[in-house]
Design a protein around this ligand. Structure first.
Ligand code: AHM
Ligand code: MG
Length: 326
């Protein structure tokens, strides 16, 4: 049941097949919200022992959320294939032929927060399926830059369950009501150019590049340092919740490359995390930087599970980070 969301998708002029896929994704998230609410305190949150493609121990809730998305979204007639942070390979659903969509998701982002009952979320990205001869989709079909996304969004499972979505314009915000429907919250997401707040895991200070260390030290020095004003800091360790705050009240979120990563560009995943969150941030007037090429949305895509350095949020602060050559 998603009446407010359906009306919004009609207003946006989203193609029918894209609307159906977004509605199916949102429905899956309603089910995941129930699991998170009632299952997290029980044994669902205990480690299953399985390792995902990133070499991390998955929680049972991650696997269940993944299964729900796979099952519910496959029902959308325009969906050709899916890819998930939790699975090595793509899952073809229907042969490519004419208009269709590819769905990518991080089923439960920030899952280290499950045990401590702190906000987690689902992130999703929708790409156009290549128009080609009839065949099942393969990994190469998913290797499109963030700029190509037809829609992107997330659901944050926090004190409220909130869906944030972009199809064409500024992010729209919906709250999950008691009857299971997505109700427009009326909130407008617009990130002020100037940051007053930053989010970074400061325990990684010694691993950062020298310019990154200097930049964060400038924030910490506040009014007594080179920036001449105070900054506030937050770190939830759940990208969905941290970026939701940036979209709601401004600031910047960073998970930059650090020395422990070596050849890897960063910790966060380009296709499942960085691209969808960046599309929302840029549509809310913010900016992003991948530490190399410019906007994260233009980062060349070479692999399904590629990682990237992430800096996003207030445009003036991102411009300073780019200038500093971070
Ligand atoms: P996950 O997808 O395995 O949950 O990892 C991604 C999460 C992000 O949500 C969050 O920003 C980051 O990892 C936190 O990392 P750290 O624990 O290093 O601060
Ligand atoms: Mg994640």
């Amino acid at each position: 049941m998603s009446t407010g969301l359906e009306a919004y998708l009609r207003e946006q002029g989203a193609p029918q097949s894209l609307s159906e896929l977004i509605l199916a994704t949102a429905d899956a998230c309603v089910e995941i919200a129930q699991l998170v609410r009632f299952g997290a305190a029980g044994d669902l949150a205990s480690a299953s022992g399985a390792e995902n493609v990133q070499g991390e121990v998955q929680k049972k809730l991650d696997i269940l959320a993944n299964d729900i998305l796979l099952r519910d979204c496959a029902k959308a007639a325009g969906l050709k294939a899916m890819a998930s942070e939790e699975m090595d390979d793509v899952v073809p659903v229907r042969d490519l032929d004419g208009e269709g969509w590819l769905l990518l998701f991080d089923p439960l982002d920030g899952s280290s927060n499950i045990d401590v009952n702190v906000s987690i979320g689902t992130i999703f990205s929708i790409l156009p399926a290549p128009r080609t001869e009839a065949r099942p989709a393969i990994e190469a079909d998913f290797l499109q830059t963030g700029r190509a996304q037809a829609a992107a969004g997330y659901v944050v499972y926090g004190p409220q369950t909130t869906l944030v979505l972009t199809v064409t314009g500024a992010p729209a915000v919906f709250t999950l009501a008691a009857d299971g429907s997505w109700t427009p919250s009326g909130a407008t997401m617009s990130i002020p150019a100037k940051a007053k707040e930053f989010a970074i895991n400061a325990s990684n200070h010694r691993h950062w590049s020298e310019p990154m260390r200097a930049h964060v030290e400038g924030w910490l020095a506040g009014a007594d340092g080179p920036r001449g004003r105070d900054f506030n800091m937050r770190w939830i360790a759940s990208m969905v919740a941290d970026v939701h705050r940036v979209l709601t009240r401004g600031g910047v979120f960073l998970y930059p490359w650090d020395k422990r990563m070596g050849e890897k560009a960063g910790k966060l995943r380009l296709l499942y995390e960085a691209n969808p969150m960046t599309l929302l941030v840029e549509r809310a007037g913010g900016a992003s930087f991948d530490g190399k090429n410019g906007s994260i949305l233009d980062t060349p895509v070479t692999g399904l599970h590629q990682r990237v350095s992430v800096m996003l949020g207030a445009s003036e602060e991102i411009a300073i980070l780019i200038e500093a050559g971070l």
